[in-house]
Design a protein around this ligand. Sequence first.
Ligand code: HEM
Length: 143
Amino acid sequence: MPVTPSPSSLDRTHIPLPPNTEIYLNLHGMHTNPSSYPNPTVFDPKRWVITSPSSQESLRPAPLFFAPWASGPRVCPGKKFAQVEFAAVLGSVLKKVWVKPCKKGGGGGEEARKDVWRCLRRSEPRGATLKMMDEVWLKVERR
Ligand code: HEM
């Protein structure tokens, strides 16, 4: 039975469960619920950034309703590995190459950049993950 209490009612919802009931958290639902994030399907990295009056940027602490690796005793044991892996792979690749938007068959510039932004804006969660709805062409150049 899907249960979606609002965050304000979380601490006072009592749901009797029969023995041997399996419970699955709907992480995708939680991450795309407008009560967790306004405009949850919009690609908005600034959501995670605090900008100080002197324009210094720092990462906002993850809110309670952010749990892509689950949480508690059954938290994903690969969480740290996955986080470090993202940074290590991107860092080692981007140290050697530029990745630039381009048009299919060549050519780049402002039009190609607009294609990428259009694709980002139109991408949305489908099933469990974020899906690109358009084609995007990228050119990888040695630095
Ligand atoms: C972005 C990458 C990853 C995401 C988003 C992710 C997410 C998750 C989630 C949501 C669970 C379910 C926890 C539960 O049972 O409630 C899980 C479990 C698990 N993950 Fe990951 N994971 C990632 C990468 C990895 C990596 C790199 C490893 C291993 C090197 C790993 C190993 C495991 C294992 C062994 C479990 C089962 C834990 C258990 O049953 O208690 N995961 N992961």
